[in-house]
Design a protein around this ligand. Structure first.
Ligand code: TRP
Length: 363
C-alpha cells in the first residue's frame, strides 16, 4: 500500500492485533466497527493529512489502540476513537458520533440509557474544549463487542467541570459518588483536574461509571493518595509502577499522571477499582527505552513480555529507536474487580514523533 486510506491503514493494524490476541480470523466485527467509527475520515488518503486535529493521539490520528492484560491471563483489544464528520466542527462531530451510537445500538443491541441519562449535561449546543465525546470499542475473543463513552467535563468550560461531574453522577442515581471520588484525589487545587467522565454502555453487573483525574506536576504521592478512596490498595504497587515506568522520574512535569475510579452497580457509593495511567512517551528518549521499561515492569509482575513485542509488531515494523510515542501510555488497574496492565499503542498513521536524544533515564 503506497498511500493507503486511514481506514486501510488502521484496519490492517487492528486485524493484526486481534489475530495476535487469539481472535478467530473469521471475526470481521472489529474492523467493521472501526470503519463505521472512522466514517468519511477513514476514506481519506494518509497523504491528505488529518481532517480534524483529534486529541486522541499526538499526530491527530482519531484512534488509539490498547491491549488490556488481565492478571487472570485474559486480554482485550480496545480502540479509543473520535467520530469526525465529513465537514468537521465540534457540533457536526457530535451529530456524527450520535449516528454511530444509533447504528451500533441497533446492530449490537447496545443499551444507550446511560448515554441518554447524562448527554444533556456533557453535550451543550456549543461544546468547549478539545473534544465533545469519544468512544472506546472493547473486543475480546468470542465475546460480543462493548462500547464505552468518554465525556469531557470541561465541555461547558473548565470552571464548571466539577459541577458537571457531580450532576453526571446524580443523573445516574449515584448521589454519593462525587464526594467519594473527590475526597482523596483533588487536594492540589488547579493541579488536579477532571479529565473524563466515562460510562460503559452495557447492562452487565460489572458495567462501570468512571471518573478520570489528571495530576499535573505530581510525584507518585498524588496517585498513592487518590488510591486511598478504594479499599485494600497497596501503595507499594503504585510507587513501583511510577518508579519503573517513569525511569526514576520524581516529578511528572510532562503530560500528567491520571487516576481513575470505577463504580459498579453493586456499590454506587464507593469506587471499587482504581487505575493509574502514565504517559510514558513524555518520560523516555525513544520507544526502545519505553519498550524496555514496559518489559521489565511486566516481567516483575510475571506478565507476558513477549506478547508486548507481538502487539508492537502487529502495528508497525519501524525500528523502535526511530521514534517516540508508539507506546503512548501504560496503565495499572487495582481493586476487587480485576487487576492488570494496559498498554496504549499509537497508530502513527500520520506521523512518528521524533526521539529526544539525551533525555533518557540518567541524563
Ligand atoms: N491523547 C490524550 C492524552 O494523551 C488523550 C488520551 C488518549 C489519554 N489515551 C489516553 C489520556 C489514555 C489518558 C490515558 O492525554
Amino acid at each position: 500500500m503506497n498511500d493507503p486510506t486511514l481506514f486501510e491503514y488502521t484496519s490492517r493494524q487492528l486485524r493484526n492485533l486481534c489475530a495476535e490476541s487469539g481472535f478467530p480470523a473469521s471475526d470481521n466485527t472489529p474492523v467493521e466497527m472501526l470503519g463505521e467509527l472512522l466514517g468519511e475520515a477513514g476514506k481519506r488518503r494518509l497523504s491528505e493529512g488529518p481532517l480534524w486535529p483529534s486529541d486522541v493521539a499526538d499526530d491527530a490520528t482519531p484512534v488509539e489502540f490498547s491491549v488490556a492484560l488481565d492478571d487472570t491471563g485474559d486480554r482485550a483489544v480496545r480502540v479509543l476513537g473520535e467520530v469526525i464528520a465529513e465537514k468537521p466542527s465540534m457540533v457536526a462531530n457530535v451529530a456524527a458520533a450520535r449516528r454511530f451510537l444509533n447504528s451500533m445500538s441497533e446492530r449490537l443491541g447496545i443499551p444507550t440509557d446511560r448515554f441518554e441519562a447524562v448527554q444533556d449535561v456533557f453535550l451543550p449546543d456549543e461544546p468547549q474544549g478539545k473534544f465533545a465525546f469519544w468512544y472506546s470499542m472493547i473486543f475480546r475473543p468470542n465475546a460480543s463487542p462493548k462500547l464505552k463513552v468518554y465525556f469531557n467535563p470541561a465541555a461547558r468550560g473548565e470552571d464548571r467541570a466539577a459541577e458537571l461531574v457531580a450532576e453526571g453522577f446524580r443523573r445516574l442515581g449515584m448521589e454519593d459518588a462525587y464526594d467519594a471520588a473527590t475526597e482523596y484525589s483533588v487536594s492540589r487545587g488547579d493541579l488536579d483536574k477532571f479529565t473524563f467522565f466515562a460510562v460503559d454502555l452495557d447492562d452487565s453487573p460489572l458495567s462501570r461509571v468512571k471518573l478520570y483525574i489528571s495530576h499535573f506536576s505530581a510525584t507518585a504521592e498524588a496517585p498513592v493518595q487518590a488510591s486511598e478512596a478504594v479499599d485494600g490498595i497497596d501503595r507499594d504497587s503504585i510507587n513501583e509502577f511510577c518508579d519503573l515506568l517513569g525511569g526514576g522520574t520524581e516529578s511528572f512535569d510532562g503530560r500528567p499522571l491520571v487516576s481513575s475510579y470505577s463504580f459498579v452497580e453493586s456499590d454506587l457509593k464507593r469506587p471499587g477499582n482504581y487505575s493509574l495511567y502514565l504517559p510514558i512517551r513524555d518520560y523516555v528518549a525513544d520507544d526502545v527505552e519505553a519498550r524496555a521499561r514496559v518489559v521489565s515492569y511486566l516481567e516483575s509482575r510475571g506478565g507476558d513480555a513477549a506478547g508486548l513485542d507481538r502487539a508492537i509488531r502487529a502495528l508497525t515494523d519501524r525500528p523502535l529507536h526511530e521514534g517516540r510515542g508508539l507506546l503512548a501510555h501504560v496503565s495499572l488497574r487495582l481493586g476487587q474487580f480485576g487487576t492488570g496492565t494496559t498498554i496504549y499503542l499509537s497508530s502513527e498513521a500520520y506521523e512518528v514523533l521524533p526521539t529526544r536524544p539525551g533525555s533518557g533515564t540518567d541524563s
